[in-house]
Design a protein around this ligand. Sequence first.
Ligand SMILES: *Cc1c(COP(=O)(O)O)cnc(C)c1O
Length: 420
Amino acid sequence: MDEACAHEQDRADDLGRLREAFCFPYASGKDGETLLYFCGNSLGLQPVGVASAIEQELQKWSSQAVEGHFMPPEPWFRYHELLRDGMASLVGAMPHEVVVMNSLTVNLHLLMISFYRPTSARYKIVIEEGAFPSDRYAVGSQARLHGYAPEEAVLRWSPRAGEDLLRIEDLADILDKQGDQIALLMLGGVHFYTGQWLAMREIVKMGHAAGCLVGFDLAHAAGNVPLSLHDWDVDFAAWCSYKYINSGPGGVAAAFVHEKHTQDPSLLRLAGWWGNDPDKRFAMEESFVPVASADAWQLSNAPILSMAALRASLDVFAQASMEALRDKSVRLTGYLEFLLEQMPASSYTQITPKDPNQRGAQLSIRVHTGARDLQQKLQEAGVICDVRRDVIRVAPAPLYNRFHDVWHIVQILRGILHGS
Ligand SMILES: *Cc1c(COP(=O)(O)O)cnc(C)c1O
């Protein structure tokens, strides 16, 4: 397919207008030229509206100081509530099942405090082999917190020898053999490295049938693939907002707790004043009365500046439906796959599943030739994407990447790998 075809697809793209809502990094030394950005799975681009959203809070702070907690516009006391609906709609949750707070790994721990309650009979946790290191550390240390050795308590769901992807039959097998000892399945919805999107709904069903709770890390899924956390009966989930959700470095994260659990007053959770009933928050009473929503997991008062950035980002998402975004994403990533397939098959292996229903925006590509200089050459060509040894992860983000960007990066890759 030629360049004209890429342009043609961009012209027909209704979401193309949203590209203007983002700031693109510039190539150094090249006058005004922007970089080809394919790293939205690592750090999303800055929405143009972020600066004024933060400026508004700085103004409020300078002019109202402590009164800003209760004075309009948008009192800080309830600021996190402004993010609830937008975030809930991205993950298919009821608004009261979602809270924006802390960072991702912190939220995983807070949720496991509530949902990993091992007993002598049921104390194991299943994670996927090659899970993001932070998740492995979190799960391992939770096991230790309860007196179990991670080597014994943490089970790995692994790809078969010589394969990269996880097979659901193998999870079924683990559950068949050890299900009655497993307390929790704690899995990545979309795998950060391979880009594999797990069959989340099916996994929840399998886990529950075996008597386990099921939680997901949605770092690479939220804002990327359509999710229905409530309907799928997911017990809990956590995700960061700085990847596909574009809230900025270290941006405030989110958590989901299914309503069947938020209504359970007996559930153990670590408590702080922001999880208390808002009407009692400033009463400084002895007793803790958890809000009957995911808000009950909040500990501290909210990081307003970070939340202002997230708010500006959610405003961009509000201009497109998740269905439209997903539709473009499937076509954009499909186009990337199609163009790569025009390269000699001997030059690369696509690790990410071929089936669009088993992946989001990202394709992970293992190159067979030229891996050594790949990163440097991509950089010189003005491309930003993630390179780990011989695997590159290319993530066209439907909010701001064009079909032409996809055409362009494949031209560059072809040049690097084949000199043509
Ligand atoms: C990005 C990512 C993290 C990062 O965790 P932080 O607590 O936000 O630093 C953790 N887990 C997964 C799966 C990720 O993709």
